[in-house]
Design a protein around this ligand. Structure first.
Ligand SMILES: CSC[C@H]1O[C@H](OP(=O)(O)O)[C@H](O)[C@@H]1O
Length: 365
């Protein structure tokens, strides 16, 4: 079946480049303004990137990982290397690393739950340390860090397409798929993880319709998933979060696929608040419930999901008009236990949740 899917209509979420003066600059789509306005911002300031991550202008685990890596490169090229040239190589290199350390720590702390942010800054720091140990001057280290971000951006899209291909094999013909939040191209550099599975299956003509949970309180499903699926040509229906149970009860959902922000060693998954409830509903209705995530989302240092830090965000996201004497609880994520997950779709294939961390680690090397 010929599909009418057109992914060229989807923008890239983040892209590192250079301005006319050769300074490093990150261009990102400000997702707070979607779907009404497609606004791209460019900045050479690493602190502005941290703010963009904190305010969800840039959001989604892989996208904030790439943006975090880019923030390190912005500091290195536009600040760190410029300040260190006066020393000799060895001293300059150590000085550069000493100045990088608190910058990387501040970038990593922008949001606590998605492990991709710490994965990215740790990758950048260890890369810089290796180059300094090899005798590279700060300017060379900075330029190499810039190139490392370009590699991370290319890898992200390649990994997402592999996740899409692996997941598409699971999708039945005429599938009606439920998603939660946005784990699409907008949550990654490009193509998406959970929606990458949808795009790959849609290109095979297997997707009848996607039902997108609006995903309160920030509305990533209503605003972002609906926008990107419709741009790509995938039929999509937005539903309120409290409607998923009814659709499942009416046998209107064949498959559920969501993203992830951090996956523990035992396969417990932290994802957008409400994911756990969707998993319980899917389990009750015997509907396949899959998580799509790259290797960079696994955190094997955590034996299970109980230790995953859960970000609590501003009460105004839930209650824009405060009410005297009324408290608000606004956790941005919850943890779905492995036993509610049919499988975890990775760039290396699909694995039972309990085995996924081990299988991925064996392939990452
Ligand atoms: C591709 S995984 C994206 C993941 O991140 C989202 O959270 P946020 O919008 O707060 O960054 C949500 O948990 C998605 O599943």
């Amino acid at each position: 079946m010929q599909s009418s899917i057109d992914l060229t209509r989807l923008p890239r979420s983040v892209r590192l480049g250079r301005d006319a003066d050769g300074r490093a600059e990150l261009t990102y789509l400000d997702e707070r303004l979607l779907p009404g306005e497609e606004c791209f911002c460019s900045t050479g300031s690493w602190r502005c990137v941290v703010d963009a991550i904190k305010t969800l202008a840039v959001r989604g685990a892989p996208a904030i990982g790439a943006a975090g890596a880019a923030a390190v490169a912005l500091w290195a090229v536009n600040e760190g290397a410029r300040g260190a040239v006066s020393h000799g190589c060895a001293e300059a290199g150590e000085s550069f690393l000493a100045e990088l350390r608190p910058v990387a720590a501040e970038i990593s702390a922008a949001r606590p739950t998605a492990v991709n942010l710490t994965w990215a800054t740790a990758r950048m720091e260890s890369f810089a340390k290796r180059l300094v140990a090899e005798g590279a001057a700060p300017g060379e280290v900075a330029d190499s860090l810039f190139d490392e971000v370009l590699r991370i951006e290319r890898e992200d899209e390649k990994v997402n397409r592999a996740i899409g291909a692996a997941g598409a094999a699971l999708i039945p013909e005429h599938a009606r798929i439920l998603t939660h939040c946005n784990a699409g191209s907008l949550a990654t550099v490009f193509f998406g993880t959970a929606l990458g599975v949808v795009y790959a299956a849609a290109e095979q003509g297997k997707v009848e319709r996607v039902f997108a949970d609006e995903t309160r309180p920030v509305g990533q499903g209503a605003r972002l998933t609906s926008w990107e699926l419709s741009r790509a040509g995938v039929p999509v229906t937005v539903i309120c979060d409290n409607m998923a149970a009814s659709l499942m009860g009416k046998e209107m959902i064949d498959f559920v696929v969501v993203g992830a922000d951090r996956i523990a060693a035992n396969g417990d998954v932290a994802n957008k608040i409400g994911t756990y409830g969707v998993a319980v509903l899917a389990h009750h209705h015997s509907i396949p419930f899959y998580v799509a995530a790259p290797a960079s989302t696994f955190d094997v240092s955590l034996p299970d999901g109980s230790a995953i830090p859960i970000e609590e965000r501003d009460p105004s996201e839930v209650l824009p008009q405060p009410i005297d004497g009324v408290d608000v609880y606004n956790p941005a994520f919850d943890v779905t236990p492995a036993e509610l997950i049919s499988g975890i779709i990775t760039e290396f294939g699909v694995f039972p949740p309990q085995d996924a961390a081990r299988e991925v680690a064996a392939r990452v090397g």
